[in-house]
Write a protein that binds this ligand. Structure first.
Ligand code: BDP
Length: 600
């Protein structure tokens, strides 16, 4: 078999996927002694029980466990009726944060760096009939050579503490679903689709990656189950006359069925949904299916009470219902790729997604977001301890994200970083190959972008030339001129005038703007932190956005309040949500909703 990529698990007559979610055994390993003591082979002594998927932090009642940093271990068991030599078996973890090693019956089957993309382990040679023991060793330390960036310090009692250079809690653990998968020896392991429209018709260029030399058959079926187009061969073009397009907030999905056929008999099948649509940047406009599209929505987090960053279907569903209620059409997966299910639902609901790698914190500062918001960011790449290693990990995350998400119609762009330092020669050198890599890997050649904070000003930024559209995070009226909206607006406009004067002929999208707001605080006239201030701040932004034709999108920071580390700047988390952490609207949600429902 070729390299097994990131295909979402499916079950049918040829392949089987079984969820291993549930209560696993768990234990912290502050001394880093687990391996010496044989936990990988023998399993965990005196373990706690731990739900998978979930972050572990908010399940406990004591601070030491919540803030735990270092190695920790999980154990689960699964049973196999038989071990059939004609089948291959894999484990697929939606993510394990941040690094892990996977052992089955004591045999190491995979290791992975990066906490927000799937970990796939082939376990064919390690499994036995009957009971199998699965052990996962995880580590959640932060460093400047992996993303997201941060550092790990030792406290006087010897415990470690992760200090993120970013503004979200360092949630960790097995935070997404785990599947046991069984595949035929000859299996489909990847596919790619890209689209061209010709009047009412569509061409679908495809490639299928599979082991062996069996014939490949690919079929597009419409929503009624009728064949819309089919073709044979590992690559080629499908023609769909009078194609139903996947449109923004009006998604049409075809079923794509890929089969491996040997001597007239199907030996493997993979099925998924596909949406026919194009994405293009034309001058200052973003075009979906050739139509100018203004992005309305949020930059988000995967974050909720109790589960932390753990995947939860109810949270997913509630968030989409709130997004629809708002009249939004887009979100950015700040600051890391989300669980697969997010993109699957965005495909169904017709939402546009800017998909972001976990490259956040590439600026050294204790309160990074504060320095960033004020444009006081310090250098990073010039004295990063090992830029080559950082770049390797960054490039792997980018490749894995594109491999996983390339076939989602909802994904319209790749974001290579959030608020990195972009003003030095070193930064320019660091980012150029990453942008090139994203462009090379995406079969659909979607736009590639990055997200700029205030120091990345029109004069100083050296990376915006690599971006197909420019994403700006700006906090005029919060970090800059907080409480003085008139002065904030003047400064904001002078910056936008400077960008306009550069005449980049590219669209601009605001990927962050917002104010911390307590749902309990009302004050007229508005003061910072009050609901009224959040509304006034938004109204000021509408005026500015509507004055510059190159502004083609507004994604509020944030969709909902979310957990961060502790500090004097945060009242039990970041409160810039238009929704509370429990997903109830603040007053400004109505202000925003009113605008978005009126806009086309
Ligand atoms: C930006 C960051 C984001 C922060 C936000 C804020 O991109 O992660 O949460 O500012 O300060 O710097 O609220």
């Amino acid at each position: 078999m070729g390299i097994y990529t990131e295909l979402y698990p499916v079950s049918n007559e040829f392949r089987h996927a079984e969820s291993l979610d549930g209560l696993w055994r768990f234990r912290f390993d502050p001394e880093g002694e687990g391996e010496k003591r044989g936990w990988a082979d023998k399993g965990l002594p005196e373990a706690l029980s731990m739900p998978v998927p979930s972050s572990f932090a908010d399940l406990f009642t004591d601070a030491a466990k919540r803030d735990y940093c270092g190695d920790f271990w999980y154990e689960a068991e699964f049973y196999l009726k038989e071990v059939d030599e004609s089948r291959r078996r894999f484990l697929r973890f939606g993510s394990v944060t941040h690094t892990c090693r996977v052992f089955v019956n004591g045999k190491e089957c995979a290791s992975h760096v990066g906490g927000f993309l799937p970990v796939v382990a082939e376990i064919t040679g390690a499994v036995v009939p009957g009971r199998n023991v699965l052990v996962v060793k995880v580590n959640n330390e932060l460093s400047e050579t992996n993303i997201p960036c941060g550092t790990t310090v030792r406290r006087s009692d010897g415990t470690k503490r992760a200090m993120g250079y970013f503004d979200f809690f360092n949630y960790s653990g097995i935070q997404r679903s785990v599947y046991l998968m069984e595949l035929p020896r000859e299996a489909i392991y990847d596919y790619e689709l890209s689209y061209r429209l010709d009047g009412k018709d569509a061409y679908v260029d495809y490639a299928v990656m599979a082991d062996g030399d069996a014939d490949v058959k690919i079929t597009f079926k419409d929503a009624e189950g009728n064949v819309a187009a089919s073709a044979s061969g590992r690559s080629g073009t499908l023609f769909i006359p009078c194609a139903h397009l996947w449109k923004v907030r009006s998604a049409y999905l075809y079923d794509v069925v890929i089969e491996l056929v040997r001597e007239g008999k199907t030996v493997d099948r993979y099925q998924a949904k596909a949406g026919v649509r194009t994405v293009e940047i034309s001058g200052e406009n973003i075009l979906i299916n050739g139509e100018k599209t203004y992005l309305k929505g949020f930059s988000k987090h995967e974050d909720a009470d109790i589960v932390g960053r753990g995947f939860s279907y109810p949270v997913l569903k509630r968030d989409f219902e709130c997004l629809k209620w708002m009249g939004a059409n887009c979100f950015r997966t700040s600051h890391y790729p989300y669980s697969d299910e997010w993109y699957r639902m965005a495909d169904e609901e017709g939402f546009l997604v800017i998909d972001e790698v976990p490259a956040v914190g590439m600026m050294r500062s204790i309160a990074n977001f504060l320095a960033a918001g004020r444009g006081e960011a310090k250098g990073f790449f010039a004295d990063c301890p090992d830029t080559a290693l950082l770049s390797k990990n960054h490039a792997s995350a980018l490749s894995e994200m594109i491999a996983r998400d390339k076939n989602h119609p909802s994904v319209i762009a790749w974001s290579v970083f959030n608020e990195a330092e972009t003003t030095s020669e070193e930064a320019e050198r660091y980012f150029a190959p990453l942008f090139a890599r994203a462009r090379e890997l995406d079969p659909q050649k979607r736009p590639v972008t990055g997200v700029l904070e205030s120091s990345s000003s029109p004069k100083r930024c050296r990376v915006n030339k690599m971006m197909d559209f420019i994403c700006l995070n700006r906090y005029y009226g919060w970090y800059i001129c907080g409480g003085e909206l008139k002065e904030a607006e003047n400064l904001f406009r002078s910056e936008m005038d400077a960008w306009q004067a550069l005449d980049l002929k590219k669209p601009f999208v605001f990927t962050e703007f917002g104010t911390d707001t307590l749902d309990s605080l009302h004050k007229l006239p508005g003061v910072m932190w009050s609901q009224e201030y959040q509304q006034e701040y938004m109204l000021m932004h509408f005026d500015v956005f509507d004055s510059y034709p190159m502004i083609q999108g507004e994604l509020v920071w944030n969709f909902a309040d979310f957990q961060t580390g502790q500090g004097i700047m945060r009242v039990n988390g970041n409160k810039k949500g238009l929704f509370t952490r429990q997903r109830q609207p603040k007053a400004a949600a109505y202000t925003m909703r009113d605008r978005w429902l009126r806009q086309k």
